[in-house]
Design a protein around this ligand. Sequence first.
Ligand code: NAD
Length: 264
Amino acid sequence: MSGGHRLDGKAALVTGAASGIGRAIAEACAAAGCAVVLADLNGPGAGEAASAIVAAGGRAIGVAMDVTDEQQVEAGFDACTTAFGGIDIVVSNAGIQMVKPVQEFTFDEWRRMIGIHLDGAFLCTRAALRRMYAAGRGGCILYMGSVHSKEASALKAPYVSAKHALVGLAKAVAKEGGPQGVRTNVICPGFVKTPLVLAQIPELARRHGISEDEVVRTIMLKDTVDNVFTTVEDVAQTALFLAAFPTDALTGQSVVVSHGWHME
Ligand code: NAD
């Protein structure tokens, strides 16, 4: 499903692409004609997802890549150049969640959350910019933010902090990259039923002393306009629209896709 947006002749690298939102974005990019590197800490999972794309007629490879490891990020980007001749689109998407009050977080847990979401975004941004500037054909960097890039929830302090920070990173990189034709935008989804979200429902129920059904109704969907979860396809279509946008007019923005949970 490409919704009419085409990426023929382009090459993309998507992090966290073995599962959930990242996998759906990789599939949508491939369906739009883009060659895709699916990069994930879960190397076999990335390989399986890439094989499914190839079986459907697309061009894809999977690579094992921890976004917090400088060498592995560089190697992942090199694999993209080797396989597909360059890099045009990067989707910095890998992420995790930890749910607990601030006073219970260990320093290691805090650093792990910031490391995956923010250090990972930095390492992928730097690897992308060096290659995009050298090739001189511009590019597009998309960051997976969240409604938590705009609003806070209890029990998610490191996540909310990191997701807010991505908006600043995207704006700074939009300014620096603009003269070289590199655009950046942040996608900010509401709750999407992926393993990341399904794992936190029982923990939120326990912490708030409510049922899992109440977590969904009174926390996750409370402020949506229609009580509906955002889907991986909704987020993938948003990514495709931003990646395929034909000019440099749309840069440094965050696009919220959340059934109206957050309105700008
Ligand atoms: P998911 O758990 O389905 O997928 C996350 C993927 O990231 C997994 O395949 C995992 O192996 C990978 N990953 C984790 N740590 C990594 C690392 N260090 N290096 C490389 N890969 C790593 O989760 P998802 O819901 O698809 O989340 C993807 C992104 O979307 C995250 O950044 C998340 O914060 C964001 N997001 C999710 C939701 C939601 O409701 N699901 C909402 C807003 C934003």
